[in-house]
Design a binder for this molecule. Structure first.
Ligand code: SAH
Ligand code: SF4
Length: 363
């Protein structure tokens, strides 16, 4: 069967052009946009505000054959093929198949009033971080903006059934978002659009392994979206062992881009640090980190925050998580230097939904 186009890939300008080319009135654009992103409609039949002929046309071009799931024709190109729920019920992981055969995972985390969706931007990842399950798979393909959006739409529809909505989006699933910059930021743009999904810019967080050109571009273009840097080591030798991309963008370059981000945006930057017993949880690393972060002191405050998380287990990395005692010791070195540091709880580990555990495999 011929592959359908993805309606979620369309920018508002592209939809405008399409509607114009069909000689339809301009207000149809707003109706379709609202149907997709506010009503969360996923089949052409639901667009009852449109004339039947237009509905049919949209359906013919943009419906995907979902036979095998529920036999319905739908605009969604991602097919949920497995859903797993953590034993505490707070984390739900869904494996989706993409058109063309690859798979990705997205995770819903329900903590107190937050409903956070963690989304993927690539199938696999080419950055090769040694302790990350996605990196261990290798790069498979880029997701389109529509495929990124669909992960959010999927959970938004599920939550709507319980009168709830997505409150936060973290781009911390499979893939390196700045290695797929255009599609990732186009997706966020539509999700943030007041006429689109309308989630405030500050409710998004992008995590990057440290692609310096991406950080610089992001700084100039998207000053309201939260940024998080996966650091994991405070010297180039260790960081290059754990995160090979450090050889291309060593710490000096990375920190200069981070400093620029803070100077331009005046926003607090987060650093992620997976604590690996005896590797990067030593007092030496903690002190080196304090030194590095001291460049972010401005006025009386320090515009950064460190999130440490005991390493999550993955198949192909032998390192083990630091004990809680060592995590506390690491945290206390930072806190004594006035650097805010949170020890994050490991969540969703029983279903491999923790940070760095998404492999996109149906096993
Ligand atoms: N590619 C981006 C975002 C996805 S990874 C990035 O690397 O930032 C999301 C986070 O999980 C990153 O901070 C990453 O370093 C971290 N991570 C990867 N593997 C991990 C593991 N085994 N345990 C804990 N955190 C891990
Ligand atoms: Fe890619 Fe991020 Fe995993 Fe590194 S940690 S391999 S950049 S997904």
């Amino acid at each position: 069967m011929q592959k359908s186009a993805n309606i979620y890939d369309l920018s508002i300008d592209e939809l405008n052009g399409l509607i114009k080319s069909w000689d339809e009135p301009g207000y149809r654009v707003a109706q379709i946009w609202e149907g997709l992103y506010q009503q969360l409609w996923s089949t052409s039949e639901e667009f009852t505000s449109l004339p039947k002929s237009l509905r049919q046309k949209l359906g013919e071009i943009y419906s995907h054959d979902k036979t095998g799931v529920d036999g319905q024709l739908s605009f969604t190109s991602l097919q949920p093929i497995r859903k797993q729920e953590s034993s505490d019920g707070e984390t739900i992981k869904t494996l989706f198949s993409l058109s063309g055969g690859h798979t990705v995972e997205a995770v819903l985390m329900k903590y107190a009033k937050r409903r956070t969706v963690c989304i993927s931007t690539q199938a696999g990842c080419g950055m090769g971080c040694v302790f990350c399950a996605t990196g261990q798979v290798g790069f498979q393909r880029q997701l389109t903006s529509g495929e990124i959006i669909e992960q959010v739409m999927y959970y938004a529809r599920q939550l709507a059934l319980e009168n709830e909505q997505v409150t936060n989006i973290v781009v911390m699933g499979m893939g390196e978002p700045f290695h797929n910059y255009e599609a990732t930021l186009a997706a966020i743009g539509r999700l943030n659009d007041p006429h689109g999904y309308n989630l405030g810019a500050r409710r998004f967080t992008i995590s990057t392994v440290g692609l310096v050109p991406g950080i610089r571009r992001f700084t100039s273009e998207h000053s309201q979206i939260n940024l998080s840097i996966s650091l994991h080591a405070a010297d180039d030798g260790l960081r290059s062992q754990l995160l090979p991309i450090n050889r291309k963008y060593p710490l000096e370059q990375l920190f200069s881009a981070c400093l620029e981000y803070i100077q331009v945006t005046h926003r607090r930057l987060s650093f992620e640090w997976a604590l690996i017993q005896g590797v990067n949880d030593t007092p030496e690393q903690a002190h080196l980190l304090v030194q590095r972060l001291s460049v972010f002191r401005m006025g009386g405050s320090i515009l950064c925050h460190v999130n440490v998380i005991p390493l999550n287990p993955t198949q192909k990395y032998g390192g083990i998580a630091s004990t809680h005692q060592r995590a506390l010791a690491f945290q206390s070195v930072l806190e004594q230097a006035g650097i805010p540091c949170t020890i994050r709880l490991r969540r969703g580990i029983d279903i491999q939904a923790g940070c760095g555990q998404l492999a996109g495999q149906n096993i």
